[in-house]
Design a protein around this ligand. Structure first.
Ligand SMILES: [Fe+2]
Length: 463
């Protein structure tokens, strides 16, 4: 028996191939939308795909079941409570699916979503060996019950279902059963996910904070409070994942369209979205004044999904040859509205001087004097949780995904210092502000370090 995990760091997403090596049959669980890595694995191990299973309708990425169905003509399996536009085979609670001689049985584990299932993989003695928990149970956390994916069901109701799914289903499995979740650290599907990607039922029973709470009312309160904000694209993805839709390849073919500098200007004039995918260090040197920086070198899809409107066409400013990756990674979250791309190497020589901007950066050693001299409005674009861990005195906490909306009430003539923890989000924030007409915007290079707070506190004491 094979259980192969595929981990996609930028979306903190784990998908799986379960296979019978002897019978050469495989099942894919919770695939990402770009499916070539699965095809390569299947070919390398001479495996035939017999189906694809989804533990639930994901909200944070577009699952690749449609693409797998198109390429392999295989059935899709989901829980019996799922309601989708595409055809699928419903698995009843406890129903077994045979992948060759490997038995995979479905457990209804609603809570993160109403239709959620977990898949128990049995060994050759028919004993539970591993469980693929989807977003019901993570390493160190449980799935959040408050996402918009669950339209029509309250977080309260889902939290109650989650409690029952955990205690009456998953925790009845033996301690040595391996736990394979659909997400790891950094996912917005929970608040305390570990960086480990596999655990056991026994370890989770001991270590997972949410499993210690045995009172249902207290559990409901625990799992519904302090959840990170869910990005705007979650609703779009949850809806798209229920639909019969075009494949990633079909969508990408429309987007591979290199445009001219005049095409870029025209799109900017029409109010379309221009995204510069270079790193914050590169963008800082020079960028098109109408572009917002969302670097391919970070959690690009998550931030693009949080900052962009999928109903408005997107144009990318790219390196020489990374447009394919940039378009594909937007496709992973169902942002298929890329109307074209233009290479920075071409742009930089043809843009007029007044179309190019440079980010004004403040370095840590100059922070104190800058704050004294300029008295800027400090915008801390980290999350509320990060802000509470320590922040610059007098700073305003506006998480990046809320910045655009909040800025409408700010004075465009004032001086601003924008910062995050590492420089990625602040670069997005600074370029966003420039694109909206703010002129006096500074970026704290490399983000806020604890040492800066100590230095500022020391100086205050010595004054
Ligand atoms: Fe989910």
């Amino acid at each position: 028996m094979i259980i192969k995990q595929f981990y996609l760091g930028c979306l903190s997403h784990a998908s799986y191939i379960i296979a019978d090596e002897q019978q050469k049959l495989a099942l894919i669980v919770d695939p990402q939308r770009d499916i070539d890595s699965y095809s390569e694995y299947l070919a390398e191990h001479h495996l035939n795909l017999m189906g694809v299973a989804l533990t639930h309708f994901h909200a944070d990425f577009i699952a690749g079941h449609i693409e797998l169905q198109e390429r392999y003509g295989i059935p899709v399996f989901m829980g019996e409570r799922a309601d989708a536009d595409f055809s699928f085979q419903a698995l009843a609670d406890g129903q077994a699916l045979m992948v060759g001689d490997v038995k995979v049985s479905s457990l209804n584990t609603p809570g993160h979503t109403p239709e959620g299932i977990s898949l128990v993989v049995h060994d050759e003695n028919d004993e539970p060996y591993a469980v693929l928990t989807g977003d019901t149970l993570f390493i160190g956390d449980v799935g959040r019950p408050d996402l918009l994916a669950s339209i029509g069901v309250t977080a309260e109701e889902l939290a109650a279902m989650l409690f029952d799914s955990l205690h009456n289903k998953l925790l009845t499995l033996p301690d040595d059963v391996l736990v394979y979740p659909a997400h790891g650290a950094g996912s917005l599907c929970g608040k305390n996910l570990s960086s480990e990607t596999v655990s056991t039922i026994g370890a989770q029973r001991k270590e997972n904070y949410a499993l210690r709470e045995l009172d249902k009312t207290a559990f409901k309160e625990l799992v519904t409070k302090d959840q990170p904000a869910s990005p705007a694209y979650f609703l779009h993805d949850a809806i798209l994942n229920k639909r019969d839709r075009e494949t990633l390849e079909e969508a990408m073919n429309r987007s591979h369209n290199e445009i001219t500098i005049d095409g870029l200007r025209l799109r900017a004039q029409k109010g379309e979205q221009i995204i510069d995918i270079r790193s914050d260090d590169e963008v800082h040197e020079a960028f098109y004044k109408r572009a917002v920086n969302v670097g391919l070198n970070g959690k690009y899809a998550t931030w693009a999904g949080s900052l962009l409107n999928n109903d408005v066409p997107i144009t990318l400013i790219t390196h020489d040859d990374d447009h394919k990756e940039a378009i594909m990674r937007l496709g992973r979250i169902g942002f298929d509205n890329v109307s074209g791309y233009v290479k920075w190497s071409m742009l930089k020589d043809h843009l007029l001087d007044d179309e190019i901007l440079t980010t004004k950066r403040i370095h840590g050693e100059d922070l104190s004097s800058f704050l004294d001299d300029e008295q800027p409005i400090i915008l801390d674009v980290r999350s509320h949780q990060e802000y509470l861990m320590g922040h610059l005195p007098g700073s305003l906490n506006i998480p990046l995904h809320e910045l655009k909306q909040m800025l409408s009430s700010f004075d465009k003539e004032s001086v601003y210092l924008v910062h995050c923890a590492g420089g990625y989000r602040s670069s997005a924030g600074v370029t966003l502000m420039h694109s909206m007409g703010f002129e006096h915007v500074y970026d704290l290079a490399g983000g806020l370090k604890p040492a800066y707070l100590e230095q500022l506190a020391d100086q205050k004491h010595t004054v």
